[in-house]
Design a protein around this ligand. Sequence first.
Ligand code: GDP
Ligand code: MG
Length: 441
Amino acid sequence: LSERLSGVFDRLTKQGALSEDDVKTALREVRVALLEADVSLPVAREFVKAVQDKATGQAVTKSITPGQQVVKIVHDELVHVLQGEGDPGKLKIDNAPAPILMVGLQGSGKTTTTAKLAKRLKDREGKRVLMASLDVNRPAAMEQLQILGVQIGVDTLPIVKGETPVQIARRAKTQASLGGYDVYMLDTAGRLHIDQELIQQAADVRDVVNPRETLLVVDGLTGQVAVEVAEEFDDKIGVSGVVLTRMDGDGRGGAALSMRAVTGKPIRFVGLGEKMDAIETFEPERIAGRILGMGDIVALVEKAQATIEAEQAERMMKRFAKGQFNMNDMREQLDQMLRMGGMEGVMGMLPGMGKMAKQVQEAGFDDSAIRHQIAMIQSMTKRERANPQILQASRKKRIAAGSGMEVSDLNKLLKMHRQMADMMKKMGKMGKGGMLKQAMK
Ligand code: GDP
Ligand code: MG
């Protein structure tokens, strides 16, 4: 996919400006990428439309490397959609004992995630956690949680056969209070498909304990199904966040985007394996890169930025070739230097200027010197800036005084301006001949 995208974007780049059609072509590929990553069709459609609106407006104003621009916009928008409010890793566990309800389909990773989160709360926040399995459906489910509890050093509610989930939940609540626990986690049963009886069971438990967090555990590999599951659970039980499991696998994580877009629920954690430490706080940037199938997205964006700067330099050159270099241009240059990391940075981008960059550096052309020069230019009138030759001694004195500098400093600036104008003229001509363009590729 990465290749296909860059192919399309390369073609765009060569055309220079980004038309609405160009954006559409590029975004068609993005849409395919999203679908391949298991993002549901309506979500992909809506997402692409949002990006299109942004891209067309923005790319026209910048019109520099449109393809890369689109990539960045797509990436940023993905992060924006994926990002929930607040800190995803912060569980609401004030007012001890705080109940946390774990829900989801069978095999999604509820029991594993319950233990992982319990361990995390214990290790990172020093919390006393009690875990209880409400899974009365599967024979070994309760023992599974118990074994994990022993493994991670977290207590589990003693198993009593024959209780209903609601009865177990009540007992867990009482035990958590009496035992002085900070948190009690309820691991519910799941079915392979959404099942009204099961949902009702979870809703009943919810009503008994009134959970501070209800975390929906979803298999990150399941794509479309995950969205339906999330909608249903949120609708019937109310969900405070989502945990995406099996993100250590090949799944592209499109489910994450779909779920965010459809339910608006924040993704809180990501499961990255079967081990008890294999859980991380959700990071939208990582999933965004994965959905786009572009691990090198950052590099691409950086490249885009570099190209933008080179392009600006080239545009300047064109102006200078026509002999246009007054104090306003100089001011712009100085501003740009500050932005681009000083004179050195600018010179480094122009061919054959390496030596000069060194001289400039030796001359003490640092940021504060540049700022002083900008201050002097600001003290000039509009006319003087357009044509600095008209400056008389009396005006020079006032300008220097107005910007807190000496006349000798101003003279230096004026001299530098003349030299630069001269140099720019020569270089601009070089640029016109194509050398500059070649070198900037
Ligand atoms: P439950 O039925 O929802 O309670 O699911 P389980 O917690 O029993 O997990 C089912 C299987 O998935 C187990 O073999 C787990 O080890 C495995 N599993 C859970 N989370 C992850 C994960 O993030 N990555 C991987 N690779 N396996 C996981
Ligand atoms: Mg289980």
